[in-house]
Design a protein around this ligand. Structure first.
Ligand SMILES: Cc1ncc(COP(=O)(O)O)c(C=O)c1O
Ligand SMILES: N[C@@H](CCCC[NH3+])C(=O)O
Length: 430
């Protein structure tokens, strides 16, 4: 198991943020999400530094869908990032965390009338407009509130990135954005020229998630830069900002070979500079929206091992007290994870097991066929790199309460989300 961030091992015991995992598990019980605050802040700072936020006024917007308790909003604010929200719920969370509304980018392919109204009333910085329906609604609602809204257009750049089918978004057959190939974007540009309450300042493209290559981003840069030139020439609209979305891949298992944040940022910035020179256009402000690459490796999940079922010559199932309710990614995307027993780190991996969840689904498998040290019921198992799209995609299937979330730093732990109780589970029922 790869050690991320501040993880360290003393006498076979795993520590994160200077805190012994065994003690955290005892104090808060399992299943439990545990986050390395230093690593999250380090990732934020690397983005701010290598994406030239200070020198070039570029912007890094954390994609809240990856993990967005109020504590994260505050952290993101402290680290001077913008925030990408994708629903009224995420916007509300940011608002209740005193996150500056002008630093919000509001995404979504089907924002409801209520969500659009909420965003306009709260004064969000940018609406990333996805379609004609939304464009018309924003104009109408802004007129009612006598205000002007800055927007980007989300475009579908027809780029196929190599990632799981479910998390590709840049290809032409996509529910997101205005297509370039069928003229939709040009029709939207005609509309926006007529509209009095909309100020188009940027273009956005997001090609997918968990992407390791930089080439599709280079293609996206080229497409966007050429569009800036074309839009200026044909519509006399100055596109000042270009948002390249998120999607930067991370390490989950030894099969993953991600680029560093530095490599990614530098490739994008260099390409933009070269393309601008070639096309003789002004350098736009650049935005990126990393989610996974800020929080994935900083989060882990602690589980208690219960039943161990050995089917001779076939498989050993090791069941834990969580599963697809706290980590849907293996069932949804066949995502891989690493694991270990937190007080036996470094011991020889003598068994091959399959780690199963406790849900009433055969597909509730967290890790298939992983090598592991000697285990027994009652051991605490850690799965690493569960920080992105773990808690945020968690559910109450089988009426299983959501785990608590703890942040650790400098030898201290802090509870940031309480564990759900059985009472919470029925609290909305009449
Ligand atoms: C528009 C947009 N921006 C940013 C992200 C964040 O992506 P990731 O978590 O892969 O960095 C996503 C999710 O894929 C997205 O849809
Ligand atoms: N939720 C997905 C990624 C989709 C990101 C949002 N566009 C994952 O866990 O990998």
């Amino acid at each position: 198991m790869k050690l991320h961030g501040t993880m360290s091992v003393k006498n076979k015991n795993l520590y994160i943020g200077g805190v012994k995992c065994e003690n955290v598990a005892k104090k808060y019980e399992t299943p439990l999400y545990i986050f390395d605050e230093k690593l999250i802040r380090k990732n934020c700072r690397e983005y701010v530094n290598y994406f030239k936020v200070k020198e070039n006024n570029n912007k890094v917007a954390y994609a809240g869908k990856a993990f967005l308790p109020r504590y994260m909003c505050q952290l993101i604010k402290e680290e001077n990032l913008y925030l990408d929200v994708v629903s009224g719920g995420e916007l509300y969370t940011a608002y209740k965390s005193q996150f500056p509304m002008e630093k919000i980018l509001f995404h979504g392919n089907n924002k409801t009338i209520d969500e659009i109204e909420m965003g306009i009333k709260l004064g969000v910085g940018i609406f990333v407009v996805d379609n004609f329906y939304e464009l018309d609604l924003i104009e109408e609602i802004c007129e009612r509130y006598n205000t002007i809204q800055d927007i980007y257009f989300r475009i579908t750049p027809s780029i196929e990135a190599h990632t799981h089918e479910y998390i590709k978004t840049g290809q032409i057959d996509s529910k997101f954005g205005f297509a370039l190939t069928n003229g939709d974007l040009y029709e939207a540009l005609e509309k926006v020229k007529e509209y009095k309450n909309i100020n188009l300042i940027g273009l956005h493209a997001h090609i997918g998630s968990q992407i390791f290559e930089v080439d599709p981003y280079m293609d996206a840069v080229d497409i966007m830069m050429n569009l800036i030139k074309k839009i200026k020439e044909n519509y006399n609209i100055e596109i000042k900002e270009i948002d390249l979305g998120g999607g930067i891949g991370v390490y989950y298992t030894k099969h993953d070979t991600p680029k560093t944040i530095k490599e990614f940022c530098e490739s994008i910035i260099n390409r933009v500079e070269k393309t601008c020179e070639k096309l003789k256009i002004n350098k736009p402000v650049l935005i990126i929206e990393p989610g996974r690459s800020i929080v994935a490796n900083a989060g882990s999940t602690l589980y208690t091992i219960g039943s161990i079922k050995d089917i001779k010559d076939i498989r050993t199932y090791v069941s834990v007290d969580g599963g697809m309710t706290d980590n849907i990614r293996p069932s949804l995307y066949q995502a891989g994870y690493e694991c270990a027993v937190i007080n036996k780190i470094g011991l020889d991996k003598i068994n091959q097991v399959t780690v199963a969840g406790k849900c009433c689904e055969s597909g509730d498998i967290l890790i298939t066929d992983t090598d592991i040290m000697e285990i027994q019921s009652g051991d605490i198992l850690i799965t690493t790199s569960t920080g992105a799209y773990g808690y945020s995609m968690s559910s109450n299937y089988n009426k299983i309460p959501k785990p608590a979330v703890v942040f650790v730093k400098d030898g201290k732990s802090k509870l940031i989300c309480k564990r759900q109780s059985y009472k919470d589970l029925i609290s909305l029922e009449l």
